[in-house]
Design a protein around this ligand. Structure first.
Ligand SMILES: *Cc1c(COP(=O)(O)O)cnc(C)c1O
Length: 434
């Protein structure tokens, strides 16, 4: 059985998956990492007929016997019930579309799977949880949607009033069972501060508060799966699945960490490309320009889900791989907003393909990587969100309206529910205790 321990625990005290999942952050402030990464027979992904089948074949190596196989299969069929196609742009260039889930970003994979895994353990324990999330983008809607209707779990999400786009706000406030949306009269930092304060507040200590942020190990395992599903589809395109490069548009580095787990399980990955926007800590670190943890303040960009100055999964990657291996295996670059929109335009012109701003950062990064290295290993860029979520960026890059997307259109017909509150712990207390 695989155990987890905190990156900050010199004794590597073993913790079961169930506890790592329900805790999120380790009590010493570290991140949970597995004590071993199981190697998985590639037949598990190369022969899988569907993503849920692949997922069960791979995750049973991580989760049995804590979760019986039949339960795991049911969870994965229910969670991963949407397509994840690999689209070919040219001979050796692909995009993996991760935006066909209900909230149209790759966050759906992890949020939906994690919600069901948590629900399974909570039901067994006869416990419940209140998930608190501060959000400015895709995580909030994916968590709200993914966790809605799980009867042992309630979600309270905080977002900064007037600081998210209309589409984003709609995605957050549509009425969902077991979800309360709070519009905070303040900034994203206020929302995060209120959540942090709530976790250590004496008056709220009796509530079973929990989090679902990107450091939870329960989010990383599902994010390893689609890398393997991509390789499976590469084989269907007649390409040797023996060696592949992945380009990952990155912020908190959770998506990239999922890819690393897939590689450590046995899928050969030649290079990982870490594609960052103006928030350039990680490319700088890879280039040896800055030391570990020399983080910068966050810069706002058009690829706002990647606006992260201090990537939370950095500590985990460093622990798993060490700096030398990271610098040898990863290649990174920082892409300005101008270059992002220009790449969006070029991609549309060259391939008739419309990429969201985050995906465009990735496409620009892969073009630079190939120009610099001449490496023509088949390359897969992760397409992280649907372009229809970013109408302003699409129209400024291409001068056209973003495509209509049924899921988003339907949001405007749904009932909403939102409570506006002051940016104070007292206001959050009132909601939670009321
Ligand atoms: C969250 C997100 C990212 C960044 O992923 P990390 O795991 O934080 O590196 C990139 N693109 C989109 C669309 C996202 O929602």
């Amino acid at each position: 059985m695989i155990h987890y321990y905190s990156t900050r625990d010199p004794h590597k005290t073993p913790v079961r998956f169930e506890d790592a999942l329900l805790k999120g952050l380790a009590p010493d402030g570290g991140l949970y990492v597995p004590d071993t990464v199981p190697t998985v027979d590639p037949a598990n992904w190369l022969n899988a007929r569907s993503l849920p089948e692949l997922a069960a074949g791979v995750l049973r190596r991580w989760l049995e016997p804590e979760i019986p196989l039949s339960t795991l299969e049911a969870i994965l069929h229910d969670a991963l019930d949407f397509p994840c196609p690999l689209v070919r742009l040219s001979d050796d260039l692909f995009v993996l579309e991760l935006f066909h889930g209900p909230t149209l970003s790759f966050k759906d994979f992890a949020a939906r799977t994690m919600a069901r895994l948590m629900q399974h353990f909570l039901r067994e324990r006869g416990e419940r949880r209140i998930i608190l999330v501060a959000t400015s983008g895709d995580t909030g809607s994916a968590v709200a949607d993914g966790f809605a209707g799980q009867d042992n779990i309630e979600v309270v999400l905080l977002y900064p009033l007037g600081k998210v786009s209309d589409v984003q706000e709609r995605q957050l406030i549509v009425r969902r069972p077991g979800v309360r949306a709070l519009a905070v009269k303040g900034s994203f930092d206020d929302c995060q501060r209120m959540v942090k304060e709530a976790f250590v507040d004496g008056e709220l200590a009796h509530l079973p508060l929990s989090s679902a942020n990107s450091i939870n190990i329960g989010r990383l395992l599902p994010q390893a799966l689609y890398y393997l599903w991509a390789v499976r589809q590469l084989a269907q395109h007649g390409l040797e699945p023996k060696r592949v490069n992945f380009c990952v548009p990155s912020g908190n580095l959770g998506n990239l960490t999922g890819g690393v787990l897939a590689a450590l399980m046995g899928q050969p990955v030649h290079r990982f490309l870490a594609a960052h926007n103006a928030n350039h800590f990680f490319p700088d670190f890879l280039a040896g320009k800055v030391e570990a943890y020399e983080f910068h303040p966050t810069i706002a960009t058009v690829s706002n889900a990647m606006d992260v100055g201090s990537p939370s999964n950095f500590e985990r990657l460093l622990h798993l791989l060490g700096p030398e291996r990271m610098r040898a295996w990863f290649w990174g670059t920082t892409v300005s907003d101008e270059a992002t929109l220009e790449r969006m335009r070029q991609t549309h012109q060259a391939y008739g393909y419309l990429a969201c701003p985050h995906t465009s950062v990735g496409l620009e990064a892969q073009a630079r990587y190939r120009a610099e290295t001449g490496d023509r290993t088949p390359l897969i860029t992760l397409a992280c969100a649907h372009p229809a979520k970013f109408p302003e960026a699409v129209s400024s890059a291409l001068g056209i309206a973003a495509p209509k997307e049924g899921v988003l259109e339907a949001l405007w017909k749904r009932e909403t529910q939102v409570i506006t509150i002051e940016p104070s712990l007292q206001a959050l207390r009132q909601v939670l205790l009321g």
